[in-house]
Design a protein around this ligand. Structure first.
Ligand SMILES: [Fe+2]
Ligand SMILES: [Fe+2]
Length: 331
């Protein structure tokens, strides 16, 4: 599975994978200078949560009041220190296995084949068999979570495109039934690959087992990236977010904001903990607000309430048709 020559693999990926193409140049540059580079340089980041700078968004202060938050205590969610063994075990494996080499190979795999062709609704139904091992907040199936999220957005009077994002944001988890290697390359919080793993990542200690953590370039603060290069230019750990982002980008009419919600919704160290600001460009600050707005519905709609799928099916099928012009989507 591990590619021996990532440079060669990059060449066979389509040009529309912009971020991957950008790596080809950077990897070449870095491989020339890697021996001279001091791995201990500015990568020695001791931050817990640093002060926000001008123009940055403070999640706690900026979060507007919405119905979704009524009667909800944030402390009831993402309590990883109380997490069950399945969650801890999941993150140990995920943090050790998500490497640059794996991520390049995963993107090659994605671009070079179609795993299935089906309607969005059929794909959602397949997810009814999946319970996410990384999630400490729900043991409901994924189709229930999709409907809960979409219904919460709908009840708050948000636009139809955002309701659709709620419905499909986790649809990439269907990857689990195709060619994933487990749940570690499908679910869980996401984080940049190819640069230092920020302390704000949950279960940060598990990165010690990741080979990139002692790599002379990848273990430094910026790793293979330039300061403020923009999130679109970095490799985010492979999983359902990236996978669904590529599907929605190429096969739906969803716009940039909607795509950002899909792509970054699991990037908790960034949108919730304030990490990785040094990789953001100006546009990313706008997208951050959008992703934070979406996150409320993704996270706080998790409850034991189950909706009647038969009742809601006609509404959501019509919504799907509005944004996915082709009935059958390539997964
Ligand atoms: Fe997700
Ligand atoms: Fe979700």
């Amino acid at each position: 599975m591990t590619p021996k020559k990532p440079g060669h693999l990059l060449e066979i990926i389509d040009e529309d994978v912009q971020s991957v193409n950008a790596f080809a140049t950077r990897l070449k540059k870095l491989s020339n200078s890697s021996k001279a580079k001091d791995a201990s340089g500015d990568g020695n980041n001791q931050s817990k949560r640093r002060k926000l700078q001008d123009g940055e968004v403070n999640v706690e202060e900026k979060e507007p009041h919405h119905d979704i938050m009524e009667g909800i205590s944030k402390e009831d969610f993402r309590q990883y220190h109380k997490a069950k063994d399945r969650v801890r075990n999941f993150y140990k494996e995920q943090h050790e296995m998500q490497t640059v080499a794996y991520n390049l190979q995963a993107r090659v795999n994605y671009k070079t084949k179609t795993r299935a062709k089906m309607t969005i609704w059929e794909a959602l139904c397949r997810l009814s068999k999946l319970i996410d091992d990384s999630d400490p907040d729900t043991e409901l199936s994924q189709i229930d979570h999709a409907i809960q999220t979409a219904e919460a957005i709908r009840k708050d009077g948000k636009p139809r495109w955002m309701q659709l994002v709620g419905l499909v944001h986790d649809l990439g988890k269907i990857l689990y039934f195709f060619d994933s290697e487990g749940q570690w390359d499908v679910v869980g919080d996401t984080f940049p690959i190819g640069c230092q793993f920020a302390k704000e990542n949950i279960f940060h200690e598990f990165f010690e087992g990741n080979p990139d953590n002692s790599h002379p370039i990848y273990s430094t603060k910026y790793g293979m990236y330039e300061p403020k290069c923009g999130l679109n230019s970095i490799l985010i750990s492979w999983g359902h977010d990236e996978y669904m982002y590529y599907i929605a980008k190429s096969q739906s009419t969803l716009d940039e904001k909607a795509l950002a919600m899909i792509r970054y919704h699991s990037f908790y160290p960034w949108h919730r903990e304030g990490a990785y600001r040094y990789l953001m460009n100006e546009k990313d600050y706008q997208l951050l607000e959008v992703v934070q707005d979406f996150n409320k519905y993704d996270l706080y709609s998790k409850s034991t309430q189950k909706y009647d799928l038969n009742e809601l099916e006609p509404y959501y099928k019509e919504l799907i048709d509005e944004y996915f012009p082709n009935k059958y989507v390539e997964f």
